[in-house]
Design a protein around this ligand. Sequence first.
Ligand code: ATP
Ligand code: MG
Length: 394
Amino acid sequence: MEKVIIIKYGELTTKKDNINFFIKMLRNNISIALTEYNYDLTYDKGRMFIRSADIDKCVLKLKNIFGIHDFAVGYTFKEKDFEIVCDNVLALVKEKDFKTFKVETKRSDKNYPLDSMQISRSVGACILKNKDNIKVDVSNPEVLINIEIRNNEVLVYFEKIKGLGGYPVGTLGKGLLMLSGGIDSPVAGYLAIKRGVKLEAIYFESPPHTSEDAKNKVLSLAKSLAEYNLDIKVHVINFTEIQETIYKKVPHEYLITIMRRMMYRISEKIAYRNKMHILVNGESIGQVASQTLTSMKAINEVIKMPVIRPVACFDKNEIIKIAKDINTYETSILPFEDCCTIFVPKHPVINPESHLCEEYEKLFDYESLINKCIKEHEVIKVTCKNENKYEDLL
Ligand code: ATP
Ligand code: MG
């Protein structure tokens, strides 16, 4: 018997024609995630199969792959005689400790002499005869024994491991995540990746007001996201000159609004240049002055590209729960400053007015400042490989 991972696909896109694209993308994503290991991958319209000497390590990687509904580590063998099937199942269940069980059989080989019900019953009887103190429980068994009689092999597997669901990364195109060092934006990124969006990230820094530690923190968060996104490019924008200019020229209650309008403009330009379709950010309705509905409108109206805000309607504790699940929380709460937290006015405007934003923006030549920082921006590729520490990626 040989060990095999049996993967069931997640939610398929509604159009039937997309299934092949979806499967191809999933296969491609799995091969990137498993690149460090030797493995053999086969698939059909219903499932994918992975054979490898590093099964346990592959399992850990598959837990982070979107587009997988569930998977199981099972066993495969070629001899299909019923006696051999029974012996093999017995050998496998002997090592297991349980009181109740159920056998379920699927038979895609329609020429097999027994039908599914007969196989389940006979294997069940065989187990009852050979193992003490156990009984069948069809409604709530402790162990479910799955048998599949396929054309060229038999599969046996037990418990299924829940996959992440969602769509394979990349099936829905590319988006640009505005990634700060906070709690919300990595969670927003994770949720966008879940729906099949391949992300790049953009980070605004303001050295020397923001430190190298703050940047490393963001790269560390990017590395956590790379586990799901498979790798991630981080566009680092030096925002110092823009921020200092705004600070000098603009009435302070509008600092944040104007600064965020600049961030949106730069993000949209970077996104268009890199063939991305949406911006993604961690804004959450009402969280701070810049996230009131009127603020969001005043900020959003400077660009045309859609902005997806996956956590817009989440409470902070709901966001924190996901951040903990995806291991970004501990990094996010490290106390390094963000460019949004320096130059913060005492009384930021809560209901900014568009005509005032436009008026204040006429006070300086923001177009050329924007073009300059886009021209000079740095791109860092962060990969999901285990052995890389983020410091090695700098
Ligand atoms: P987070 O916890 O995600 O940092 P926040 O509660 O601190 O969010 P804001 O600082 O107002 O809220 O930022 C809202 C969103 O704007 C962030 O979630 C992020 O998507 C984006 N953003 C803020 N600062 C930056 C930055 N320095 N670089 C890139 N994006 C940023
Ligand atoms: Mg923030």
